[in-house]
Ligand binder design. Structure first.
Ligand code: HEC
Length: 108
């Protein structure tokens, strides 16, 4: 392959839309640490699980209403509120993980 062709291929590759990756989402969910005040104490080792037990996602009055709502309202919402800093593809991966593990909404 000519060097210029390879370069063009590399430039174009991020445009390819990959399906959300639940395994990466699980890693992000478990291993992203951020700062947050919890019970009056500022901590720098907070994770999503600090506030959410697994049972939280399967309770009968849970708030997420669809796959899209889970991703765009809730995972994105906690990402924003906590200033976690995940990019949209990372939010999508975490939503895929939570959906596959707990919510089981049909994919749209
Ligand atoms: C400081 C506590 C806190 C942390 C940390 C936190 N959340 Fe939340 N989360 C909340 C609160 C509060 C709600 C809204 C619950 C309610 O109103 O009943 C919520 C709601 C949600 C919901 C919707 C649950 C439902 O009922 O369907 C999801 C999904 C969620 N969070 C994901 C995350 C993810 C992913 C992270 C990690 C980035 C995270 N949260 C970190 C406090 C937190």
């Amino acid at each position: 392959m000519k060097k210029s062709t390879l370069f063009a291929a590399l430039l174009l590759s991020p445009v390819v839309v990959l399906a959300a990756d639940p395994d990466n989402g699980k890693e992000l969910y478990d291993e992203t640490y951020f700062e947050r005040e919890i019970n009056g104490e500022l901590r720098d080792d907070v994770t999503c699980a600090s506030c959410h037990e697994p049972a939280f996602y399967t309770r009968s009055d849970r708030l997420a209403t669809s796959y899209k709502n889970l991703e765009q309202a809730w995972v994105q919402g906690c990402n924003d509120t906590m200033a976690v800093g995940w990019f949209p593809d990372e939010v999508a991966d975490v939503a895929a993980y939570l959906n596959e593990t707990y919510y089981k909404f049909p994919k749209e």
